[in-house]
Ligand binder design. Structure first.
Ligand code: SF4
Length: 215
């Protein structure tokens, strides 16, 4: 068995794979999914802030409940609100492309937002809306237990650091937060408007993945 695994790893190496992500086996994966479904049930009924008024549906997040890395944006947009999945619009497609360019698959990680409901006209969520929704994210963190949180954009970073963040100056920062590391970077939507920043976002995503796998 060991020899077979070694043989497969050698073939993958010859094919050019530098990192092979092996998901840690966890007996409680099903249990985690059950708990996440319960949070989903709660947010679909939540009226803690006014964002419930315009949503088609709340968007909890998706991905591997055993992921060592969580990507966190600010809030769902129009496509996400319609489909009930995070990061599926143009910005989401860019995020997926960059994860793949780093040699990984989107499904290996968990992706979510600070606010679970879409703000009208995709405006930035207010500090109060983020505060009202943050306990749901805290529950997700308790269940999934990621080691690294890759914060996409200034708004997501502000929700954790409780201060204004100049993301062009602070991107690439790694900050201790409870027992986790926060990795600050651009939101993919910013990169769509500023294509020169794509390489930087790619480098940041790659580094956040390496950090999470090594930690
Ligand atoms: S954004 Fe969060 S707090 Fe506000 S209504 Fe939706 S689920 Fe509730």
């Amino acid at each position: 068995m060991k020899d077979q695994v070694k043989k497969h790893l050698k073939i993958l190496q010859e094919l050019g794979y530098e990192h092979i992500f092996v998901e840690k086996y966890s007996e409680d994966k099903e249990e985690k999914e059950k708990k996440l479904k319960e949070i989903d049930r709660q947010i679909q009924q939540c009226k803690k802030c006014d964002l419930y008024k315009n949503r088609k549906q709340a968007v909890l997040g998706e991905g591997n409940p055993n992921s060592p890395l969580m990507f966190i944006g600010e809030a769902p947009g129009g496509d996400e609100d319609k489909l009930g999945r995070p990061f599926v619009g143009r910005a989401g497609k860019l995020l997926t492309k960059l994860i793949e360019a780093a040699g990984h698959k989107r499904e290996e990680f968990y992706i979510t937002n600070i606010c679970k409901c879409r703000p009208p006209n995709n405006r930035t969520p207010t500090p109060w809306e983020m505060e009202a929704c943050f306990p749901y994210l805290e529950q997700q963190l308790q269940i999934i237990k990621p080691k690294v949180l890759c914060l996409l954009g200034a708004t997501a970073a502000r929700a954790f650091l409780k201060r204004n963040v100049a993301i062009t100056k602070e991107r690439g920062s790694i900050i201790n937060w409870n027992d986790k590391l926060l990795y600050l970077t651009y939101h993919p939507a910013y990169v769509l408007r500023n294509p020169n920043a794509e390489i930087t976002l790619f480098e940041d995503i790659k580094k956040a993945i390496e950090l999470a796998i090594e930690k």
